[in-house]
Ligand binder design. Structure first.
Ligand code: AMP
Length: 556
């Protein structure tokens, strides 16, 4: 894999850390990374004003990993995060970026999990501790020396930590660390309380902020869709069904994502190609030419690879991954709406990126409209409309060329014109689902995440989204359909569910009927006779580490 010159390679990272950025497919540093990495490498304390989605985790993880000595088996870096979820995410990022650093280990320390394994990992010499403040204070109360070797401290999402009431815990933690250390604070906002912490605990910090110039966007209709990160591909597939586009450019963050999404869309029958920094110049030109003349309709690109791309046919820009800052958003969506034509920009937003959405709105001075994922009915209508549009122009003269053949086929087969037309349609549409029931069956459920605004309203619609689709087939005689909230997103496959029910329920395979695994839930048919007893037996069953909580499912 190649990286563009002047990218990560120019920042002075340790070669093993640099290698990891190449391995994960990052093509160039984000603006916050470009500014923060040299400052942290130089040993300065720092305040970074950045929110999730800007690449802030790598902005501190990469330089800190570059400075850690993996041969010393003691805690060297402490990252504090407000929530368990963020702590796990940051710990995973450290693990990813330290893949090529033998001897380096990371421990996540958070509440709600047993302390034993966390303590053991610290004792074994984890150099990086990623912790929520509350649980870390619990550890300190058992062993006041845990943090005595820390040389690097990061307060991630400091404003959130204070909002959650961690001020006192933070003071305890500061006390337990050597004064001689490098401290970095990241926060989306800098209220007086944060400035107070910085004054007291940071030493002449450098202040880093990504300047947001106001930008103008005209003639572009903008919309966003809230979606969970792992459901982006299904969401894109569904959106594309109903969006009436000529040519579309989809933006993602990594090379791998360009390949993955392009492959997924190709399977769906789109004329699509991936464009990333690994693609040779002549191939890149071929892709752009094909997009210009209609041999391709979709290009999935990284920001780097799309630089300078100017194709008037582009009616849609789809931001599958958030851009790093509002400026690159404006840059991206400027690919459409060219030459006075109206363009459309769509943005997928994960729950953690809400703030980023707000900055984009602030910088562009425009509200971005929220859209919902199209439902089966809308998908069906769009498919029928496309079919109508493709057939309508043929009606005028097809009878002249094929009318006689039609008469002969009707006579030979001995069927009605309607029956023959239906057979031809079936052939022409190649097995595509064209009834409501068939579309419902085919579409994976994509629960929409809750929106930043109107949250309370949203939660009720959310539950509608998560409701299983109308059951495709009637329940088998003598069986009842049961539901669990575990699905593919929890790592569940039919065999796990089956295994758990067989083992703990004492049933035979024949007693279990159809199993349907979806993203956010699963359905399984169990014998009606003795069902309550069986469900009671399975009350504490866990699958893939999570409570199964199987319940009788009643459709309404
Ligand atoms: P963060 O703002 O740290 O939550 O990062 C947001 C996402 O951007 C994460 O999924 C990172 O893996 C990804 N990311 C961070 N830096 C880069 C980069 N230079 N190139 C591509 N993706 C990145």
């Amino acid at each position: 894999m190649t990286q563009i010159p002047g990218g990560f390679a120019a920042l002075g990272l340790h070669p093993n850390v640099l290698a990891a950025t190449t391995a994960v497919g990052y093509e160039e540093p984000s603006p916050i990374q470009e500014q923060a990495i040299p400052v942290i490498l130089a040993g300065h304390d720092m305040i970074g004003q950045a929110q999730t989605g800007t690449g802030k985790t790598a902005a501190f993880a990469l330089p800190i990993l570059s400075k850690i000595d993996p041969s010393k088996r003691e805690p060297q870096a402490l990252i504090l995060a407000p929530t368990r979820e963020l702590a796990l995410q940051v710990a995973t990022a450290f693990e990813t970026y330290s893949k090529q650093m033998p001897g380096l280990s990371v421990v996540a320390v958070y509440g709600g999990a047993p302390m034993g394994p966390q303590l053991a990992a610290i004792r074994k010499g984890a150099q990086v501790i990623v912790a929520t403040p509350g649980r870390l204070v619990d550890h300190l109360s058992r062993n006041g020396q845990v943090l005595s070797t820390i040389r690097f401290l990061v307060l991630d999402e400091a404003d959130e930590m204070l909002k959650l009431g961690f001020m006192d815990d933070l003071e305890v933690i500061f006390e337990a660390m050597p004064a001689e250390r490098q401290s970095v604070l990241f926060s989306a906002t800098l209220p007086a309380s944060i400035r107070g912490i910085a004054e007291k605990h940071l030493r002449t910090p450098k202040h880093i902020k990504i300047a947001n110039k106001t930008q103008t966007v005209e003639a572009i209709q903008q919309a966003f869709l809230m979606v969970h990160a792992d459901q982006k591909v299904s969401a894109v597939a569904r959106l594309l069904e109903v969006e009436d586009f000529d040519a579309l450019i989809a933006f993602v963050r990594t090379k791998q994502a360009t390949l993955d999404l392009a492959a997924a869309l190709e399977i769906k029958g789109y004329k699509v190609a991936a464009l990333n920094g690994d693609i040779a110049q002549n191939q890149r030109e071929r892709v752009i030419d094909s997009l210009k003349d209609g041999r391709l309709d979709i290009v999935v690109a990284t920001d780097v690879a799309a630089r300078g791309l100017d194709v008037p046919r582009i009616t849609h820009v789809l931001n599958v991954d958030m851009p790093y800052d509002p400026e690159s958003y404006v840059h991206r969506i400027g690919r459409t709406g060219r030459a006075g034509r109206e363009g459309r920009a769509l943005l997928l937003v994960t729950p953690r990126e809400r703030r980023m959405l707000q900055s984009v709105e602030r910088v562009t001075g425009q509200k971005i409209t929220e859209i919902r994922l199209p439902d089966a009915k809308q998908v069906l209508d769009a498919r029928i409309k496309k079919l109508t549009n493709s057939l309508a122009p043929l009606v005028a003269d097809a009878e002249g060329s094929h009318g006689e053949l039609l008469d002969r086929l009707i006579a030979d087969i001995g069927c009605s014109p309607r029956a023959l037309a239906a057979a031809l349609l079936r052939k022409a549409t190649n097995g595509q689902a064209l009834t409501l029931a068939a579309v419902e069956r085919e579409q994976p459920l994509v629960p929409t995440a809750s929106a930043p605004r109107e949250r309370s309203e949203r939660s009720s619609t959310d539950s509608t989204d998560r409701r299983p689709p109308r059951a495709p087939v009637a329940v088998t005689e003598g069986r009842a359909r049961c539901r669990t909230a575990l699905g593919t997103r929890d790592g569940i496959a039919a065999k796990n569910l089956l295994g758990a029910i067989l083992n703990e329920g004492g049933l035979t395979r024949e007693a279990i009927g159809r199993i349907q695994i979806r993203e956010a839930f699963s359905l399984v048919e169990l014998p009606e006779e003795g069902l309550d007893r069986l469900l009671a037996k399975l009350k504490d069953t866990r699958v893939a580490g999570k409570a199964l909580k199987l319940r009788r499912y009643r459709e309404d």
